[in-house]
Design a protein around this ligand. Structure first.
Ligand code: NAD
Length: 359
C-alpha cells in the first residue's frame, strides 16, 4: 500500500529523532511491501526564522492532505522572548486546533529491561505498569481567554479554564472505548472539590458511565493522582483528564518509565487521521550532539502505523524490534544503566532497524 506522511522535524533534537523514525518507517515499508512518501514541512522556531510565523498556512494544508503527520518537537531559547502568539509553542496549539485533534493518547509503559532506570523503589513496580493517558487537547486553560489587567494590587494576569459538555463527552467516549479494549478500568482525574469546570467534567463522565457498564470508572482528584502515580502506578489502566492536568501528569508518568525519551503519543480527531510525536520537547541542551533517544519518536511511528494506517502487524514488528534492542542491553545515555552499552541517536536507530530486519 502507498501512504503520504507529512513530517515536521521542528527544532533542537527534532530533525535527529524524526530522521531515525522516518528510516524505521522505510525499513517497515521494505519488509512488508508498503511505500511511504514523506513530505517535509516547517513548524516552530525554524518556521519563525523562515516565514515569521510558527505555523505557516502551507504546513497546515500539506498536513491536512496527508494520511497522517509525524512531528519531532519545537521550541528553544532562541525564540523564548517572542510574544506568546509568535512563539514556537503557538504552532503546536495551532496545528492541534487546525487539524481538529482533540484527543491525545499517551501510553506510559515500564519496559522490563528498563526497570533499573525507574526512580521508584523496585517493590513499587514489581508488577510493572501499563497506563494509557487520554488527555483532552483542544480545550481548557491552554485555549481559554487570557490576559492582563490593572488591579488595586498592581498588574494581574488571568487564564480561563472552560469545558463544555460536548467537549467532555467527546473525550470521555474516546477514553471509555479505549478502556473497553484494554483492562476495562477508567480513572477520571479532575479537581471537582475546587473548580466548577471540574464539577461539570465529573457530572458528565458520571452520565456517560451509564453507557459503559462493562468499564469500572472511578474519579480521582488531580493532587491525589499525582501522589498515586508514584505510590502505586500499577493500579491504573486508562486515565482521562483535561488538557493541563494531562500535560503535567503524563510528564510525571514518563519519569517513572525511566526516561522522557521513551514515550510516544498520538493526537486524534474524527476518523483515522492523526498526528504522532514524542511527548518530550526539543531538548536544546543536547541538540545536534547525536545524544537524543530516538525511541519515543520511533514508537510514535509505530502508533501511526497501528492507529492511522491500520497496519497492526507492522506496528507490532517495530515495537518488538525496540523491545529486542532494549533486552540486548543497548541504551542511549538517558536510559543507561550498569552493564549496558551506550549508543548515539543514529546508532540506536540503526540497531532498531537491524532488529526489525532480523525479526
Ligand atoms: P524537554 O523535554 O525538551 O527536555 C527536558 C529534559 O529531558 C532535558 O534535559 C533533555 O535533554 C531531556 N530529553 C528530552 N528528550 C530527550 C530525548 N529524546 N533523549 C534524551 N534526553 C531527552 O523539555 P524542556 O527542556 O522543558 O523544553 C525544551 C524546549 O522544548 C522548550 O522550548 C519547550 O517549550 C519545548 N517543548 C516542546 C514540546 C513539543 O514540541 N511537543 C513539548 C515540550 C517542550
Amino acid at each position: 500500500m502507498e501512504f503520504d506522511i507529512a513530517v515536521i522535524p521542528g527544532d533542537g533534537i527534532g530533525p535527529e529523532i524524526t530522521g531515525e523514525a522516518v528510516k524505521s518507517l522505510e525499513a517497515v515499508g521494505r519488509k512488508f511491501g508498503h511505500g511511504f512518501s514523506f513530505q517535509y514541512v516547517d513548524m516552530g522556531g525554524c518556521a519563525i526564522d523562515k516565514y515569521g510565523v510558527p505555523l505557516p498556512e502551507e504546513t497546515l494544508n500539506i498536513c491536512r492532505e496527508s494520511d497522517s503527520v509525524l512531528l519531532g518537537a519545537v521550541g528553544g531559547p532562541k525564540w523564548d522572548t517572542l510574544p506568546g502568539s509568535l512563539r514556537p509553542e503557538a504552532g503546536l496549539l495551532g496545528i492541534r486546533a487546525g487539524l481538529g485533534l482533540y484527543a491525545n493518547l499517551r501510553p506510559a509503559v515500564l519496559y522490563r529491561a528498563l526497570k533499573g532506570a525507574c526512580p521508584l523503589k523496585p517493590e513499587l513496580t514489581d508488577d510493572g505498569f501499563d497506563i494509557l493517558f487520554v488527555r483532552e487537547l483542544t480545550g481548557g486553560m491552554y485555549f481559554g481567554a487570557r490576559g492582563r489587567k490593572k488591579t488595586d494590587g498592581g498588574e494581574a494576569a488571568f487564564d480561563t479554564e472552560q469545558y463544555s459538555v460536548f467537549e467532555i463527552e467527546r473525550i470521555g467516549r474516546v477514553a471509555f472505548n479505549l478502556a473497553r479494549q484494554r483492562g476495562k478500568k477508567l480513572c477520571s482525574v479532575d479537581k471537582a472539590n475546587v473548580l466548577e469546570s471540574s464539577r461539570l467534567w465529573r457530572e458528565t463522565i458520571h452520565r456517560l458511565k451509564e453507557e459503559y457498564p462493562d468499564v469500572a470508572c472511578t474519579d480521582m482528584l488531580v493532587d491525589n493522582a499525582a501522589m498515586q502515580l508514584v505510590r502505586n502506578p500499577g493500579q491504573f489502566d486508562v486515565i482521562v483528564t483535561s488538557n493541563m492536568f494531562g500535560d503535567i501528569l503524563s510528564d510525571e508518568a514518563s519519569m517513572i518509565t525511566g526516561s522522557i525519551g521513551m514515550l510516544p503519543s498520538a493526537s486524534l480527531g474524527e476518523g483515522s487521521f492523526g498526528l504522532y510525536e514524542p511527548i518530550h520537547g526539543s531538548a536544546p541542551d543536547i541538540a545536534g550532539q547525536n545524544r537524543a533517544n530516538p525511541i519515543a519518536t520511533i514508537l510514535s511511528a509505530a502508533m501511526l502505523l497501528r492507529v492511522s494506517l491500520k497496519l497492526e502487524a507492522e506496528a507490532d514488528a517495530l515495537e518488538r524490534a525496540v523491545q529486542k534492542v532494549l533486552d540486548s542491553g543497548l541504551r542511549t545515555a538517558d536510559i543507561m544503566s550498569e552493564g549496558c552499552t551506550v549508543l548515539g541517536t543514529a546508532e540506536m536507530g540503526a540497531a532498531v532497524r537491524a532488529a526489525l530486519d532480523e525479526g
